[in-house]
Design a protein around this ligand. Structure first.
Ligand code: TRP
Ligand code: ZN
Length: 872
């Protein structure tokens, strides 16, 4: 891998393209070596470009140029210049046809961008900038073209040949065959896709609201054909939901999904031909957990929804990435909420945002939802762009209300259909349709960091005064922050837990619009209420309010807002763990104080087992550590374990009761209520395992061996490993013997071991790196072993002598040679560097500097340099 150092790209430097490409004809001749790509581009000077005589700049990386022809004439060498990553052509006429032929080597492509091979199948990944690894092209999202693609390959080895759009012709030439695909919708080249392989297919069809029949096809390796039903059902549900909720219909006659094992991310929304990581499309009760089933549903929906939010209306440039990702995440979250329990889904989403995105905002990689600059765009497919971006759309939804929001989205899709636009264009539609002024709201897009919202109140003589103030801490490159428009949903609860009327109209809930640094509101109330603040998590902020434990118990028991109930529980756990870090001996007391609260949750658990399971989730070590002024690895681990163990002992009988009560009869069904019951049961088992209960190890061993579904089997295995219970090693061996042939299940086997707390896990991970089933070329496997180790195992990764850091950076160096995108993403696990105490910080920083001193890709370099810069 060449040592990379990328230039900084800035939003302010944006210029429209000098040339447009109206039509592209691609001919891809797939070979064992020397795959030949012939491209015919209909070029035209962009009337909107001011550089009337500008050169035509095409991107191209790793291409061997065979020929270049303009309007039928071979171009003389004096007319073009091939640099490392561009092809610049001079003196082109107003319009012309450019024909190029290049060869590429997909077999050797381990970076998994552009055209590559996964388990003998050719496939592509072009977002963000992979198309330039296939042919010379203006690889930017504001160039939209109609594509006709001919795919040629050996007939026996690659019977299935796919690309975007509809098949229009096919033929045979001896042992080879070809299929031609035509996509009538102009699209940016990042949405191009091609697949060739020996694939099985699940077929179904869907009739749209307007009565068109769409053929639905999900392709996978033949052995996985029995794992496609859930994805198909999710796809049909998504299509119906988008018609009902947004009035949006699918627009081609075929919708295809292909499952591939080697994939850098979750899935990709290529027009009419989605390509999915197997982890996000395959689902079967025997091999897939409940969380896996839910992920498949969400990701299938996400990619389907992109057909409008992303494909029909796309991004002008990559600074606008959240235009499609934030909106599409909001859409898939709303879909999942409608398909399952809305309150539970909201809490899961908020939990992820608060633990992962808030951490990103606190660290060296903090950036706005619409960044102003980047080196490698691949490094900006972040929780900030996706999840915080979705929160910005959600705030607009709540500010406008459902009807006005729908008018806004209708306006957006009709006004910008077939265009490449900006987040500002989106907000402008909402502004226009809602008749609201969102000028201050727009700052959410350009300002990085999590606002700190402080709430203070007092009650006196029948008047309740609430003071809200906001302050956003500085982030790298953005020292000064302006106040944002923060919608704070509020209710005030009376002594019986009911919402009190808070105005003359008798409303019992309202949204306070905090726009300045500090504002005050007053309510006439006969007694002091308990405030239910930031209901539904109405804004992505961190709330500081001096809740008493009594108030938190009260909210947990009475608040009718699911988010506020959960937040109250989280505050109780965090408070107890923080006290235990300072005073380790008091776990029994803390458990005694919490037990009645958890008892109440259990008493109500039958109403909504999924919610009960969420309320009974003690925050993870990383989440606890992130809340401290400085990371205290040992303190967090000891305190959290002590609390869980004490709660396990104090309520052992109740937990066993739950284990009994939550044993589901009958066959496994991945439905919301059953999922909730199983997760509640595993929560109870986790408390018992933490307590070292006398009976729990045997119980888990049996569950692991006899379960008819992966949720129970893996849940049991994880607990056995995590708490190093008797039988854990045998269970691991049995599990591997059963599942050695199932990649996605073996990923879980690697992950379960990488997450075992304790410094000795460093050696275990080292041993697993040498396991024949470990492979740096498979991102899922790398994430399972190394991602889990560094991202979800405080005590091993931060092991006292720095050996965890040294192992990890050694692995990153190796991974970077194979796959820079994945290496850079995994480099983010080191972003807590500035939050570590001096000694581990020194060790980690030394390990990172050592890594940077070697040969490093531009992707990984950008991440490492940002992290190291933040330490000074
Ligand atoms: N657009 C994809 C999504 O739906 C993201 C994605 C898939 C991606 N593969 C990628 C981004 C590779 C960068 C590189 O979220
Ligand atoms: Zn997406």
């Amino acid at each position: 891998m060449r040592d990379g150092q990328a230039a900084t790209i800035r939003l302010q430097d944006y210029q429209v393209p000098a040339f447009l490409v109206d039509d592209v004809a691609l001919d891809v001749d797939l070979r064992d070596s020397g795959t030949r790509v012939s491209a015919s581009l209909q070029l035209r000077r962009n009337p909107a470009s001011k550089t009337a005589s500008g050169d035509c700049v095409l991107n191209g990386v790793g291409l061997t140029l065979v020929s270049i022809v303009v309007d039928g004439e071979t171009l003389p060498a004096s007319r073009y210049e091939q640099g490392g990553e561009t092809l610049v052509i001079r003196d082109l006429p107003q319009a012309c046809r450019l024909d190029t032929v290049v060869t590429i080597e997909p077999q050797e492509n381990t970076a998994l961008e552009g055209l590559y091979v996964s388990k003998g199948m050719f496939c592509t990944q072009c977002e963000a900038e992979g198309f330039r690894r296939i042919t010379f092209f203006p690889d930017r999202p504001d160039v939209l073209s109609r594509f006709v693609t001919t795919v040629r390959a050996d007939k026996a080895r690659y019977p299935v040949l796919l690309s975007n759009g509809n098949p229009v012709a096919q033929g045979e030439e001896g042992a080879r065959h070809w299929v031609r695909w035509e996509d009538p919708f102009p699209k940016p080249c990042y949405l191009f896709a091609l697949v060739a392989g020996d694939l099985a297919c699940l077929e179904d069809s869907y009739r749209t609201g307007s009565g068109r029949d769409v053929s639905l096809r999900i392709y996978a390796e033949p052995r996985d054909l029995d794992k496609l039903d859930h994805a198909m059902a999710s796809l049909k549900a998504s299509m119906a939901w988008d018609e009902k909720t947004y009035g949006l219909e699918y627009d081609l006659d075929i919708y295809m999904i292909v499952a591939v094992s080697h994939f850098n991310m979750g899935a990709m929304e290529n027009k009419g031909l989605n390509i999915f990581n197997t982890a996000c499309v395959l689902a079967h009760p025997r091999t897939t957990t409940d969380a896996g089933f839910q992920r498949v549903e969400a990701v299938v929906a996400h990619e389907y929804f992109h057909n409008w939010s992303g494909n029909r209306v796309t991004c002008r440039d990559w600074f606008q990435l959240s235009l499609k990702e934030g909106f599409t995440v909001f859409r898939d979250q709303s879909f999942s909420a409608d398909m399952n329990s809305a309150a539970v889904k909201r809490v899961e989403d908020v939990d992820m945002l608060r633990t992962v995105q808030f951490a990103e905002d606190r660290g060296p990689m903090a950036h706005p939802v619409r960044p102003a600059e980047y080196q490698k765009i691949d490094n900006f497919y972040t929780v900030t762009i996706y999840e915080k971006g979705a929160e910005l759309v959600r705030m607009q939804y709540n500010l406008l209300g459902p009807e006005a929001f729908r008018r806004g989205s209708d306006l957006y899709f009709s006004r910008f259909d077939g265009q490449a636009v900006t987040t500002d264009d989106f907000v402008a539609c909402m502004e226009e349709a809602g008749g609201v002024d969102l000028s201050q709201f727009r700052r959410w897009y350009s300002q990085a960091g999590t606002p700190q919202l402080t709430a203070r109140d007092h009650w006196e003589d029948g008047l309740y005064t609430l003071t809200l103030s906001q302050q956003t801490p500085p982030t790298p490159g953005q020292p000064d922050k302006a106040p944002l428009l923060v919608p704070v949903a509020l209710a005030l609860l009376g002594p019986d837990g009911q919402r009190l009327p808070i105005n003359e109209a008798g409303d019992t809930a309202t949204v306070l619009a905090l726009s300045g640094s500090e504002q005050q509101w007053q309510f006439a109330l006969p007694q002091r209420p308990v405030p239910s603040l930031l209901r539904g998590f109405s804004a992505p902020v961190e709330l500081d309010y001096p809740y008493t434990p009594e108030q938190l118990h009260f909210l947990l028991a009475h608040d009718d807002d699911g988010y506020c109930r959960w937040d109250a529980a989280q505050r109780l756990y965090h408070g107890a763990i923080r006290r235990l870090i300072k005073a380790p001996g008091l776990a029994e007391q803390e458990a005694a104080a919490l037990a009645p609260v958890l008892g109440e949750v259990l008493a109500r658990a039958a109403d909504d087992p999924a919610e009960a399971a969420l309320l009974l989730a003690v925050p993870g070590e990383v989440a606890v550590g992130d809340q401290l002024p400085q990371m205290d690895v040992e303190g967090v681990h000891r305190a959290r374990s002590a609390l869980a163990s004490a709660l396990g002992r104090a309520m052992a009988a109740r937990w066993w009761e739950q284990v009994e009560a939550c044993a589901l009869p009958g066959p496994y069904r991945p439905e919301a209520r059953d999922i909730g019951i199983r997760s509640l049961r595993h929560r109870a088992l986790a408390f018992l395992a933490a307590a070292g209960d006398a009976r729990v190890a045997d119980f888990l061993v049996r569950l692991c061996d006899t379960a008819d579904n992966m949720t129970d089997e893996l849940g049991a295995l994880r607990l056995l490993c995590h708490f190093r219970l008797p039988g854990a090693e045998a269970a691991l061996a049995g599990f591997a013997a059963r599942w050695h042939d199932e990649d996605l299940v073996m990923d879980q086997w690697f992950a379960a071991q990488a997450s075992v707390p304790g410094a000795d896990t460093v050696h275990r991970v080292e041993a697993l790196l040498a396991h024949p089933a470990f492979d740096y070329r498979v991102p899922n496997r790398v994430r399972a072993l190394l991602g889990t180790f560094a991202g979800a195992n405080l005590t091993a990764f931060h092991a006292a002598d720095g050996q965890g850091y040294r192992l990890y950076t050694r692995c990153l160096a190796q991974l970077d040679q194979v796959n820079p995108q994945v290496a850079a993403r995994m480099g983010n696990a080191c972003a807590r560097l500035p939050r570590l105490p001096a000694e581990p910080a020194g060790q980690l920083s030394q390990a990172l500097q050592g890594l940077l001193a070697g040969t490093v890709s531009a992707n990984l370099r950008e991440v490492l340099e940002r992290i190291l810069a933040a330490r000074h």
